[in-house]
Design a binder for this molecule. Sequence first.
Ligand SMILES: Nc1nc2c(ncn2[C@@H]2O[C@H](COP(=O)(O)OP(=O)(O)OP(=O)(O)O)[C@@H](O)[C@H]2O)c(=O)[nH]1
Ligand SMILES: [Zn+2]
Ligand SMILES: [Zn+2]
Length: 221
Amino acid sequence: MAVPVKVMHGLLAENDRIARHNREHFDRHGVVAINLMSSPGAGKTALLEASIEALRGELDVAVIVGDLETDNDARRIRARGVPALQITTGAACHLDAAMIHDALHHTPLEGLDILFIENVGNLVCPASFDLGQHRNAVLLSVTEGDDKPAKYPVMFRAADAMLVTKTDLLPCMEDFSEQRASAALRQLGNAAPVLPLSARRGGGMDAWLDWLRAAKRERRA
Ligand SMILES: Nc1nc2c(ncn2[C@@H]2O[C@H](COP(=O)(O)OP(=O)(O)OP(=O)(O)O)[C@@H](O)[C@H]2O)c(=O)[nH]1
Ligand SMILES: [Zn+2]
Ligand SMILES: [Zn+2]
């Protein structure tokens, strides 16, 4: 059974080569690229909508969104006056570096501060494909259960920040413990910040926005 393993290895090596090339594109333009990953419906697009409003007039952003079908998310982003390109993946459960490279030909980077990449909702596959991003933000909504970092370690090990989303629902989610979710992340040896927030009600957004500003500052340096 060595052949499939070899093929997979070759695919990933080619992906990583294109990812490095994407990163050169971003670096040349001084753009920081942030990859948002989560299970379906954890609140990636809602977070983008709230972040766009909060950063308006301060940082210029654009968005590349991956989904199996529909351009719903891109339309939601464009409604906020921000350029958004939808990649419709069909059957593919993740974005890869070549898809992002193609999208870059339709996404002018001049003058941009942050390029958000909203990955396909999936807690498994996206973690294996480098896109050329500088940071991974992994969302865990309070309705999913605090054991997700333990059950999907590859994704959560890759997180540069773990966002605990929909905290406005905590009063109804008596089982969810933010402390247990953080402990599960630490158990993986990941010291990334844990940022609880509600895109809907606004709580916790400041820490997330500061994390973005810091990422941008570090790229500029
Ligand atoms: N109560 C509450 N609901 C939220 C919050 N953020 C998102 N939602 C709801 O959760 C659902 C999914 O939100 P989306 O932002 O579309 O999630 P997503 O991660 O972009 O979804 P996919 O792109 O399909 O993976 C929607 O019904 C949102 O209104 C929040 O902070 N609080
Ligand atoms: Zn979305
Ligand atoms: Zn290129």
